[in-house]
Design a binder for this molecule. Structure first.
Ligand code: CA
Length: 465
């Protein structure tokens, strides 16, 4: 993936918003080892996709209150040989040599010897990050609970204040980039609660640790070197370059490499300061979305009502059709309004299956997912933007009576699907696209609505009850 989020953008903000204890934070943050997603796959039963083959990189991180907790001293749950307690200790002992070894490459990137020494002299390995990188979440959160937490009245009210306070900056950004201000404000609000919950770990220290210890060293080496470049150039004040455990920083949680790619000096003061300068932050975030393919003047998608008996095999990210074609199949907006641009292509997402709302997702939804490759995240961003704009809550109810499966139950579900020949993946306790496809196959075989939703009922059916 690109230089961003290692585990799921919202993680930091969202976990902070949840005010979870650090242990829970670690669970949320976790991860599928090399897997594309992670955070969301683990957090939600519903919607997550195993999207792009990229490590999310953004704010996987728990925002605050993290530094206090020590490393568990235990082997990581990934089973990766670099994550055993002894491998971690050994790598930590070699940390000073490892960091010193980055000098030639830092130099090639234009970092001076003085800067290199200044910014690496006080670094110490933060081994707590190993727990955060490798924890396995036991419990997950239903998508409706997740949306309730993120799209709250308080956050909406604060977002409207932010939009008013920085109206000139948002106006200028829209003129320059053509990106919807409500989407930018939404990302700012959801990633960091408008810069108040973006994490408090030193980015250079975290990325140095992850570049020298653990199973993602090559990836984080690039992040660490990019962080040094930021400090050397003086874009962000060194003491303010703080963020998530994975090194995402600023109001919209840029990873150092995505900062390099997308940050802009919009007020022309010579610094690209996405931490302390809202003008640069707003424009840089917009620039990121624009470069990712944002289509000006268009929305992200629509809530839709899916008719009874609908073939949910069509609810697949790979199956795009025009809005007019969807409408022909009976998929309509619940308020009865017409689609403004019926020739636009969309795919159908049913995060909670046939008992919950459906959504038709447009190109800009895919752009939001590049920011953070999780459907639940992108849905929260899009919906929150609509609410900031004055839009209403979703019309259709979620199946709130559904119980979220535990990790053990998710594993069992996958194992049972595998035994019956429906699941071809390796059971990992994470509900992704392969699991949903297998579920649809099983559901179709027993004559129930094949919506791919991992409910406790479908688990009971698999158990033969
Ligand atoms: Ca600037």
């Amino acid at each position: 993936m690109r230089g961003r989020r290692l585990i799921g953008g919202v993680a930091g903000a969202m976990l902070a918003a949840l005010a979870l204890p650090d242990a829970a934070v670690a669970q949320g943050v976790t991860a599928s080892n090399n897997g594309p997603l992670s955070f969301f796959d683990n957090i939600f039963t519903g919607s997550i996709t195993n999207g792009a083959p990229q490590p999310a990189q953004r704010s996987q991180a728990p925002a605050s209150s993290s530094a206090a907790q020590p490393w568990s001293g235990e082997d990581g749950a990934s089973g990766n040989p670099l994550m055993t307690a002894s491998a971690i200790r050994q790598a930590a002992a070699n940390f000073p040599n490892c960091v010193a070894g980055f000098w030639p490459e830092a130099s090639r990137r234009g970092v001076s010897r003085a800067s290199f020494e200044r910014y690496t002299s006080g670094l110490t390995p933060d081994l707590r990050l190993m727990d955060l990188m490798d924890s396995q979440p036991e419990f997950t959160k239903a998508i409706w609970d997740y949306l309730d937490i993120l799209v709250s009245d308080t956050r909406i009210a604060r977002g409207r204040e932010i939009l008013a306070q920085y109206k000139p900056q948002f106006d200028a950004m829209e003129r320059a980039y053509g990106v919807d201000r409500y989407i930018v404000a939404s990302i700012w609000g959801i990633e960091s609660n408008y810069g108040t919950q973006g994490g408090d770990r030193s980015v250079v220290n975290s990325t140095a640790t992850l570049a020298c210890v653990g199973r993602r060293q090559a990836y984080f080496k690039d992040e660490f070197l990019a962080a040094l470049e930021i400090l050397h150039r003086g874009d962000v004040r060194p003491e303010h370059l703080k963020g998530s455990w994975a090194g995402a920083f600023g109001g919209t949680q840029f990873m150092p490499t995505s900062f390099k790619r997308f940050a802009v000096d919009f007020d022309g003061d010579g610094r690209r300061d996405v931490v302390d300068n809202p003008t640069d932050l707003i424009a840089s975030t917009a620039n990121n979305l624009k470069k990712d393919g944002w289509q000006s003047g268009q929305t992200w998608g629509y809530e839709v009502a899916v008719p009874r008996g609908f073939n949910y095999m069509l609810a697949d990210r790979g199956k795009s059709m025009t809005l007019a074609q969807w409408e022909h199949l009976g998929v309509k907006r619940p308020d009865g309004k017409a689609f403004p641009r019926p020739s636009d292509k969309a795919y159908l997402l049913a995060p909670a299956g046939a008992e919950g709302p459906g959504f038709l997702m447009l190109q800009n939804f895919r752009v939001i997912m590049k920011y953070n490759p999780a459907e639940a995240y992108a849905l929260a961003i899009g919906h929150f933007a609509d609410r900031l704009r004055g839009g209403q809550p979703f019309v259709q109810p979620w199946p709130r009576q559904e119980r979220v499966l535990s990790r053990a139950e998710r594993l069992e579900l996958q194992q049972l699907l595998a035994q019956r020949g429906f699941y071809r993946g390796t059971p990992d306790g994470q509900i992704g696209s392969l699991t949903r496809e297998a579920l649809r196959g099983f559901q179709a075989s027993i004559g129930t609505a094949a919506d791919g939703f991992a409910s406790s009922d479908v688990l009971d059916r698999l158990r033969g009850r």
